[in-house]
Design a binder for this molecule. Sequence first.
Ligand code: NDP
Length: 252
Amino acid sequence: MSHPLFDITGRTALVTGSSRGIGLALARGLAEAGCTVVLNGRDGERLAEAARKLPGKVHTAVFDVTDGPSVAAGIKDVEERVGPLDILVNNAGMQLRAPLLEFTDSDWHRVLDTNLTSAFLVGREAARYMTARGHGKIVNICSLQSEVVRPGIAPYAATKGALKMLTKGMCADWGPSGVQVNGLGPGYIETELTQALVDDEEFSAWVRRRTPAGRWGRTEDLVGGVLFLASPAADFVSGQILYVDGGMTSVL
Ligand code: NDP
């Protein structure tokens, strides 16, 4: 029997950017743990198809996490249609790779809006309800690039570094109202976002060499960390970033 501290049966969880990849795997993990899960993305059909493949009570909420009014309406709709939100996973994100000298203004704003502003917007709207109720768990999906950076990825790393500090700020502001906010920092995980890197044999071999675990991460590798941070076992854990990276950020 599992320990009651890890029991999250019956909680309602929203995972942003869960039409595929890491978000979908995290949503599946939360559903398997007994949560009512709300999938989010911008494509309703894709979300509905993803929802059909998950067990338990699964809902969809179509909204763009970069658009303030849509986010506010989306969270209100989830609260009214599905129920009080207990768990929010801010996962939606994107990556654009280019040397900084070639990075355009509009690409800079797209990366910032999708990876950082989104967590502020969705976190703020969800926290309005969570703080009023006196409990809630928020997990912001950061990155090993919250800590370290490689050439050609500076804007992405800047958003993930800032997301780390936003996590700590949310912890400071909402902790007194019973809301714990933590980050989870994946290492290199095989998804659509990293497909070009996986296909690049030289880069792929570098990842395997640089990772003490000796392999790329799988989306399922991240589930345990999120379940822990969403559970009562983490009631006194807030403002932390849990790196799930096969050890990569710890070694030179
Ligand atoms: P994918 O590109 O596979 O998935 C991204 C998801 O985000 C999709 O479901 C997409 O849905 C959604 N999304 C993107 N923009 C928006 C938006 N404006 N509004 C709503 N949803 C949006 O990425 P991953 O699964 O690989 O990454 C997920 C998170 O994990 C990201 O934050 C990423 O930075 C982080 N991460 C990933 C790593 C990796 O190695 N893969 C490593 C470290 C961190 P749709 O397009 O249908 O709207």
